[in-house]
Design a protein around this ligand. Structure first.
Ligand SMILES: [Zn+2]
Length: 395
């Protein structure tokens, strides 16, 4: 299991400049790799692999001292990135999803360095400080409040420049914890008016994002002349405000998902519709599904660390079905209470959450007892037991 720790990076002023220069070189290399792939395909009808391009990279570095001065792993990360973009494109084409061909990148917008191989030697302890020493890159001090896993292997380093700070993400290989015995299950229904409702009747209200400042800054950008320095400054300020808003929301989702994982050991959520199915014009719903998607990702990550099981089920009809007798009780969105002939009267969302829980138990329940290898199981009807892959901890 891979666990990622996001930390702050501390660099000197000249360090920031040096890093920007490397970003530019990465973008140039990325574009050259993309061009080579396109040309090679036109000439031969075949595609270039990651290994072909790594070989070509060796030649580039032999000819160009500027590239030779920087650790080869930094550039292998770039070659890996284009390889990933290609694979994703063909995978989406294969699945008949909407796919965009990999694009050329502006060097101004390149903001990430990724190192995926042999990076454990790059993170060093100097006195009480943690420092990244990568050939050709400036000295980067890594600031973390949380304890990093002591005996785990560092698998990947990602350095990202963000509007408010430079961030270092450290990914470690850590052992998978054992699954706990189940005695506290919950179903969760997401709502339009409320953020979520649990099968136990707990609700979490929605929080509105304060967009006043964003709107003011957006207006200030559009008032400035295109290409002017003042506009650049205004764009920077707007970017910072966006990050502040996004940080706040992410922080909140982190806390909410942590709390739910702490309270329950078997969590059933609604399976998200794929992006293609979302184009029904209901904007509020699609925005909410995006937030919900982030929430489920966080929930999965935290659940895996804690040995808690998360199951995603098809939510269709869960608000119409009676959670006591199974009869279908038709109701439109404005009907907030579920009333059934069997005598059950319940809040509409709580009824739906209970149905979601029942579906989750029927999907996973029987098999859970005999197997702890929950992550590998897949239901034939396409109901997948959510299999989390990475965990993020913000420090
Ligand atoms: Zn009923």
């Amino acid at each position: 299991m891979i666990k990622t720790y996001k930390c702050r990076a501390k660099l000197s002023c000249s360090g920031h400049e040096a890093l920007s220069r490397v970003f530019g070189m990465c973008a140039t290399l990325y574009n050259a790799c993309l061009e080579e792939r396109i040309d090679y395909y036109k000439k031969t009808g075949k595609s270039r692999s990651y290994y072909d391009q790594c070989k070509a990279l060796t030649e580039v570095r032999a000819d160009d001292p500027e590239y030779a001065d920087i650790s080869v792993q930094v550039f292998r990360g770039v070659v890996g990135r284009i390889d990933k973009a290609y694979k994703l494109f063909f995978q989406k084409m294969g699945a008949k999803e909407k796919a965009g061909f990999p694009r050329f990148k502006s060097s101004r917008r390149w903001r990430t360095i990724e190192i995926n191989d042999q990076c454990w030697q790059m993170l060093k302890r100097q006195g009480d400080k943690l420092v990244l020493r990568i050939k050709g890159l400036p000295r980067i001090e890594v600031k973390t409040k949380r304890e990093l896993p002591p005996n785990a292997l560092l698998k990947a380093i990602r350095i990202t420049k963000k509007p408010l700070r430079t961030e270092v993400a450290l990914s470690y290989e850590v052992p998978v914890p054992e699954t706990k015995p189940l005695n506290n299950p919950v179903g969760i229904d997401m709502g339009i008016s409320k953020r979520l409702t649990t099968s136990n009747g707990e609700t979490v209200e929605k929080r509105e994002i304060d967009r006043k400042e964003l709107k003011r800054l957006q207006r200030s950008v559009s008032r400035k002349k295109k290409g002017s320095n003042n506009r650049k400054k205004a764009v920077l300020l707007l970017g910072k405000e966006w990050q502040r808003v996004a940080d706040k929301e992410r922080d909140y989702l982190h806390r909410l998902s942590a709390e739910i994982v702490k309270m329950y050991d078997f969590i059933v959520v609604e399976k998200l519709k794929t992006k293609n199915m979302l184009r029904n014009g209901n904007l509020a719903r699609s925005i909410q599904e995006q937030t919900w998607g982030k929430f489920i990702t966080l929930l999965n990550e935290k659940a895996e660390s804690a040995g808690v099981i998360v199951v995603a089920v098809n939510p269709e009809g869960t608000s119409q079905e009676c959670s006591s007798c199974g009869a279908v009780v038709k109701k439109d969105l404005s009907t907030r209470v579920h009333r059934c002939n069997c005598g059950l009267v319940l809040d509409r969302d709580v009824n739906a959450a209970i149905n979601i829980l029942h579906r989750g138990i029927s999907v996973a329940g029987g098999r859970l007892k005999q197997s702890r290898m929950v992550g590998r199981m897949r239901d034939k009807q396409g109901v997948a037991l959510a299999r989390p892959r990475t965990v993020e901890v913000t420090v």
